[in-house]
Design a protein around this ligand. Structure first.
Ligand code: AP5
Length: 225
């Protein structure tokens, strides 16, 4: 398979970021996470960050016209030549169409949209216990399911662990409503195009990862036949 162009889909807290870290280790592909890009912009106080903060703190989606341009621009960078792992985009059917248009423009195709299916009650349990490192938000833990060795301290760099601003219970409920309303149609969009692959997100991180790897190995085998 020449390129591995992957999308991670699923509700907030499904484990998209957790699986992305494992797939990065497997395939050494660049990780394009729109939530992370936006949180960095908010922290740095850029114009994008000022605009995004108005929506993110309430758990709403940033408007398509704000996010599509920055994501497409990121995918045009040279490091994505062998593929990418896209997390958090597309979140609306219009974003999915914009991504298709861009891939078509450059003669590329999507390898798979990996859906990590996780019920709402599990999402709430996961997000309420999630803690992330202040130095590197890709270092993610869970107080119950994946605790750090020392409470409140990142295993990898010794920095403090904190709760994300949009991980408060009321905001999480709203993010789930937004997911069902605006992002679920994206699942049908990719199913219709034959690229959707579903995974049971209630399984352990290792089991989910094993299933994803087995699916990608099958896709590669099919392509080589
Ligand atoms: P974003 O950062 O993309 O957040 P999200 O989609 O809500 O996803 P999360 O990061 O909350 O969860 P995750 O699935 O990565 O789970 P994780 O691996 O951490 O977006 C944030 C905001 O940015 C949006 O609300 C929106 O405002 C804006 N935005 C971003 N993209 C946008 C776009 N395209 N358009 C418009 N607006 C956009 O896992 C969660 C917890 O569970 C962790 O503690 C982990 O340790 C644990 N865990 C993971 N897997 C398992 C498992 N299998 N079993 C037990 N525990 C597990």
């Amino acid at each position: 398979m020449s390129e591995l162009n992957l999308i991670l889909l699923g509700p907030p807290g499904a484990g998209k970021g957790t699986q992305a870290q494992r797939l990065i280790d497997d395939f050494r592909l660049p990780y394009v996470a729109t939530g992370e890009m936006l949180r960095t912009a908010v922290r740095e106080g850029t114009p994008l960050g000022h605009e995004a903060a108005k929506y993110m703190n309430n758990g709403d989606l940033v408007p398509d016209e704000v996010i599509i341009g920055v994501t497409v621009e990121r995918l045009q960078q040279g490091d994505t030549a062998d593929g990418f792992i896209l997390d958090g985009f597309p979140r609306t059917v219009d974003q999915a169409k914009a991504l298709d248009a861009e891939l078509q423009r450059v003669g590329r195709t999507l390898t798979a949209a990996l859906l990590i299916d996780t019920p709402d009650e599990e999402v709430v349990r996961r997000i309420s216990g999630r803690r992330q490192c202040v130095k590197n938000e890709q270092h993610v833990y869970h107080v119950e399911f994946d605790p750090p060795k020392h409470e409140g301290v990142c295993d990898q760099d010794g920095a403090r662990l904190v709760q994300r601003d949009d991980d408060k219970p009321d905001t999480v409920r709203h993010r789930l409503d937004v997911y069902h309303d605006q992002t679920e149609p994206v699942i049908g969009y990719y199913d219709d195009r034959g690229v959707l692959r579903r995974f049971d997100g209630t399984r352990s991180p290792t089991e989910v990862h094993d299933h994803i790897r087995a699916t990608l190995a099958t896709l590669r085998l099919e392509e080589s036949l």
